[in-house]
Design a protein around this ligand. Structure first.
Ligand SMILES: [Zn+2]
Length: 358
């Protein structure tokens, strides 16, 4: 029987039983250890790493150097949280272990409380994952591809009855007219967006993909792709893409460009393929179909960054996933769009990593 990577871990896995059996104080200390490491804290003001003074009654620390008082959630999206540390930890843990995403209604069933509490908590985590994306450029072999999400055209309710004249005509699905209509109407659907994914191959370091970067565009056009590649990929890297004309100028820009023609094959004889990019889309599509059902363009970047994080940590054990999630979330600072969400603070416009020219 093959030893799958998720069965290889030797340590005792962190489970929901262990997390839910903790009391509030244990959960707080566990969160602190996951965030800063054992027996030390980092002051959010001066950044000094030390064993700071503990204020037990207030569940806080006071910095030995600048005197700032802080808690484990100071300077994070969870600052001023009203739910206890145990429920907060359960929410973070549940988010980390669900491979295809976590619905707010499901989280509500786990931690209790109101729907909007679970909803804003999850959105804060997603926003933090989006804000804390590393700006380091990708290098080596990079697979790039675009996937269409959201804004599906609804099918009509009534089926048109066939008239005797129709029976003599070429059916709609084979006619040129239908192809033309679909091609021209497709990119202009108001809610249609393209998720562009760039995945760095591990190469000698291991199998599959390492880091994943995502962006949202209005269409898969040359100007957007070129600008995106320029800002995220180091020169002289090898880029693998499909045969779309939007990727046509990459060689002229100083990149090595391998193409796989999807109308003929999915992997060339030399092994050039985009399977890791497709793997990302597979996860994102399943989260759309099975968990979220609908992702609006306004928050699509948040969801795509969530899926990128899930892809990057797919082989890590639960403890490592929780630790990495906490570090990412805590390093993103206080939430911008989800503080006072229930009192009217909302994101004004959709976020695109790329200012689309089309
Ligand atoms: Zn300090």
């Amino acid at each position: 029987m093959p030893a799958y990577f998720w069965l290889r871990s030797q340590s005792t896995p962190l489970t929901l039983d262990i997390v839910s059996a903790m009391d509030d104080e244990e959960a707080r200390l566990f969160l602190a250890e996951m965030r800063w490491g054992k027996g030390r804290q980092i002051c959010p003001d001066c950044g000094v790493v030390d064993q700071h003074h503990t204020i037990r009654t207030r569940k806080q620390w006071r910095c030995k150097h600048c005197g700032r008082t802080f808690s484990v959630t100071t300077g994070t999206p969870f600052a001023d949280h009203k739910i206890g540390y145990r429920k907060l930890l359960m929410a973070i843990f549940s988010f980390a272990i669900n491979q295809k995403g976590l619905a707010a209604l499901t989280l509500r069933r786990i931690i209790g409380g109101q729907y909007r509490t679970s909803f804003t908590l999850l959105q804060k985590i997603r926003e933090a994952l989006m804000l804390s994306v590393s700006t380091e450029k990708l290098s080596g072999v990079i697979e790039i591809d675009g996937g269409h999400f959201s804004g599906k055209k609804r099918k009509g309710r009534k089926k048109k009855k066939a008239t005797p004249a129709d029976k003599t005509q070429v059916p709609d699905k084979y006619s040129q007219h239908r192809t033309k209509t679909r091609a021209s109407a497709f990119p202009f659907h108001p809610n249609r967006r393209i998720v562009i994914v760039m995945r760095e191959m591990l190469g000698e370091k291991g199998k599959g993909a390492g880091r994943t970067v995502t962006a949202i565009c209005r269409s898969e056009n040359g100007a957007d792709i070129e600008s995106l590649v320029q800002s995220w990929v180091r020169k002289s890297s090898t880029i693998r893409s499909d045969e779309l004309p939007a990727y046509g100028n990459l060689k002229l820009m100083g990149y090595l460009h391998d193409v796989v023609n999807h109308s003929e094959e999915f992997s060339t004889d030399e092994g050039i393929n985009q399977n890791q990019a497709e793997s990302f889309f597979s996860r994102m599509r399943r989260s759309c179909i099975g968990i979220y059902h609908r992702i609006t363009p306004k928050y699509m970047l948040d969801y795509s960054c969530e899926m990128a994080w899930r892809e990057d940590y797919r082989k890590a054990d639960t403890q490592e996933q929780v630790k990495s999630l906490l570090r990412r979330v805590c390093s993103s600072g206080i939430s911008i769009d989800w503080v006072n969400y229930c009192r009217g603070n909302k994101r004004k416009a959709e976020l695109l990593f790329q200012a689309s020219t089309s």
